[in-house]
Design a protein around this ligand. Sequence first.
Ligand SMILES: Nc1ncnc2c1ncn2[C@@H]1O[C@H](COP(=O)(O)OP(=O)(O)OP(=O)(O)O)[C@@H](O)[C@H]1O
Ligand SMILES: [Mg+2]
Length: 302
Amino acid sequence: MAEVITVMDIDDDNNPSPKPNNNNNMGKNVVVAAAPSQGKATPWVEKYRPQSLADVAAHRDIVDTIDRLTSENRLPHLLLYGPPGTGKTSTILAVARKLYGAQYHNMILELNASDDRGIDVVRQQIQDFASTQSFSFGGDSAKSSVKLVLLDEADAMTKDAQFALRRVIEKYTRNTRFSLICNHVNKIIPALQSRCTRFRFAPLEEFHVSERLKHVIETEGLDVSESGLAAVVRLSNGDMRKALNILQSTHMASQQQITEEAVYLCTGNPLPKDIEQISYWLLNESFAESFKRIQLSYLFIC
Ligand SMILES: Nc1ncnc2c1ncn2[C@@H]1O[C@H](COP(=O)(O)OP(=O)(O)OP(=O)(O)O)[C@@H](O)[C@H]1O
Ligand SMILES: [Mg+2]
């Protein structure tokens, strides 16, 4: 198996001696996604986190493009943005797994919102990591490998840190790729945006959420009615994380067949038929009568 060692790289003459590379423990520990065989207590969002790019549902154009660039060793700096639960982090983690396999931990520095995100982190942690070069030894030759800095929730970085990052990205492009992930792309300064290839992860279409949920339902051996599944899909609004959380919490709460009613009750949302009834009263009855009936039905529901 290829062995990777990290040595100091004289990447820039102006760079005063970089600190020893103890970057493996920097930032958040890299999340190694759980395999679907994990125990019952594991949250399904982690249990069913895509392991490879092929597992990522929807966004086929984006994922195929990133996959091709990764295979051809031409990965640019990336900026993935879009609403929560659409697969941004999962995609990058799958790329890292594809690039580095077992060497995953040595080759990636992951920082997210739980880490300090000020200018000091850019000047120290990120620069230290980026300024060292890694070699993988396979066969007779040593091959230089590009490392990955993953800045999750990059929109939480201070403006100063973002300005400092501009220079770091350019300086270490030879041996490091940066992947910025965020929800709000307008919080990333234009200078950083222009250094990256941007991909927008839109909310998942209902079809894709439904297909992915069916896979989970089958694997977990759940009994879910058609309207129950439709309710989970509707309430998730294209957020796959939310869909999995609703499914798991309803399953834990009901223990029986997951019906539309169980889903709405578990999530605390009013049932569509109740909304319809209330709308009917409001449109067809006097205000006083509607108010009385709504009050009565509310008492009945509670
Ligand atoms: N496209 C997808 N295909 C399959 N599973 C997905 C997809 N998107 C999200 N998920 C599920 O939702 C969970 C969260 O996904 P992920 O962390 O990639 O979202 P994100 O886009 O990074 O969200 P956030 O912006 O909140 O960080 C994953 O563990 C996975 O179970
Ligand atoms: Mg994320």
